[in-house]
Design a protein around this ligand. Sequence first.
Ligand code: MOS
Length: 735
Amino acid sequence: MTSSYIGQPLNRVDGRAKVTGEAKYAAEYNVHGLAHGFIVSSTIARGRIVRIDSGRAASVPGVLRVFTHENREHLPSYDRDDEHSFLPLRDAKIHFSGQPIALVVAETSELARYAASLVQVEYSHEPHVMDLNTRRGEAYDPKEDEDSASSTKDRGDAQSAFTHAAVRHEAEYTHPCEHHNPMEMHATTAAWHGDGKITAYEKTQGAPRSQKYLMKVFGFKKDEVRVIASYVGGAFGSGLRAEHQLFLSVLAARELARSVRVTLTRQQMFTIGYRPWSIQRLKLGAGADGALHAIGHDALTNTSRLEDYTENDVGWSAALYNCPNIKRSYKVAQIDCYTPADMRAPGGATGMYAIESAMDELAYAAGIDPLELRLKNYSEKDLNEDKPFSSKQLRECFRQGAQRFGWAKRNPAPRSMREGNELIGWGMATGIWEAMRLKASARAVLTYDGKLDVASATTDIGTGTYTIMTQIAADTLGLRIADVTFRLGDSTLPPAPIQGGSFTAASVGPAVKAACDAVREKLFKLARNVPDSGLANAKIEDVAFVDGRIALARDPSLGVTIVGAMRYGNLKQIEEVAKAELAEDLEKRYAMYVHSAIFAEVRVDADFGSVRVARVVNAVAAGRILNPKTARSQVLGGVVMGIGMALHEETLADHDLGRFMTHNFADYHIPVNADVQDIDVIFVDERDDIINPLGVKGVGEIGIVGTAAAIANAVFHATGKRVRDLPITLDKVFT
Ligand code: MOS
């Protein structure tokens, strides 16, 4: 494939729509006769609703209906409770503070919100527990899926190797609950069409998944419900599952026979999924030379009483480090909270924080440079399943990252670098994330005017999917970007997975390429028949599609325009649909990962202990980079979230009340511009001919993995104080 666009730092094709406000988000569809719903949230953590009195609320002029578990329509599938373990307005049980217990629908959102404050609720309380620490004794092995099974497999005898190791490090690392706060809050505008059909404009990472949910819960047939998510203002995992507003808006729309919108407030964003609390114990044993002899990693995260939320916290060390003895465990314990949710690099961000902090501590214990220690234990295969990597340019990440950062100039002694009143610390860490690929499909329609329309039901949650798919399509057919349109975020388009796991480029990209390749083949056959095209005896390998022409690669003067070929064939359009997926045996034969090396400089105020991240260099190996500009944005965003994880983000719980105390941006801190200084992203060349026809692995989540450890390690280097409990706030640096 000739690439004029792939690999180029193209601006977002949806950028103009976004900055002009033309791009519509779920809560911006002002459909005819729209009513507004506001959620009433439970004020207790556990118990039952004894009485719910919506009389006063319902009597407010302009209020259309107050929905509760007592008066909502009977829904056979919903009432069986087999899709989600918690469903809003299901019954009188209260499972967590903030649980939606009523929906007030009114003519305006202000009225609905006001009337919601008038709903009177009496509860019967049951004892609750919200503190994971007190639940250690109740921890259990969650139901194993295939992934977590392989990631906890033992290797050798870690306990004995640890006992006999010349250098040992053992410590516990914790990090708190972190809540999802994408810029766009969760919202659904459920447009009612009069004939019982619904179009849900929905904040989601997967329109087809939300459609399936609605089909299942409400018994819609496929053509009765359409889900549209053309633009999504960030999601990071919060939109993987259907959230409260989708069910509630559609329920209300059906019963009122009107369009209804439900939006979560920023406060209510703290009633949806979150990154769970984690407690991790790391045991590392090494020879005097730093060679790892033993890795022990035990992780505990919280889940709800409703279902097991699990993540891969402990599977990474065996993919990174060459160590003969490895023992790992992963357990969960229940608290009275809503179920956690995937949050950018779920498991990876958590597990690698602990692993890479422990590796730093081992480096000091062994008197070896932290980067040297990583190189010393560099693994050439994934020891989880003894598989070779499809590609692994991590060594190059270390080399280029260290060089750009100036790591060689580091004085290894803690508290050795200072400028005025600032203690300077340099820390580093490794990042790793799976390079996954799921089944996806796409359709390409080329019309006689030379315009190409490509579509797939994937999503662009801000990642750049619109742009990179346009690039792939344009290059495959040799068209200009301006002549290609890519559509997504609509459940009626060819099926594609949710956007998550950083797998969209590698999953949907090959489908787009395959659909365009099929168009290409048809065009080529047409072109061969065009008299005087000079292509009569050519094979498809002999031609190039460039600038709207199909021409002989060795003599581009011979050929025909795409428009000319279609005209000759008397075709109005060529339409092709293609599916693409990873060959199953590839997954069995190869380990596929994205890697990174992160270097961070912190400056710590010697008096106040406040930490500033002055510089981060993140060198990433993620296969072929389709668009260095959008890919860089993904990694930048990941690093910023990593800064938040290291220094700021923490949802504090009031254990007595069983509720989150932090539920706004005054209390829940995320990095602001002043916290984000110099971030440098390097993409290391990595060729991967195995993974997919595009050689692309996907970026996004990799940006956060390892970042918090690099910063925590830098804080130690600056201050000599090891903080093993995120976030690293000044009180912890001091004491
Ligand atoms: Mo991501 S946590 O897979 O949206």
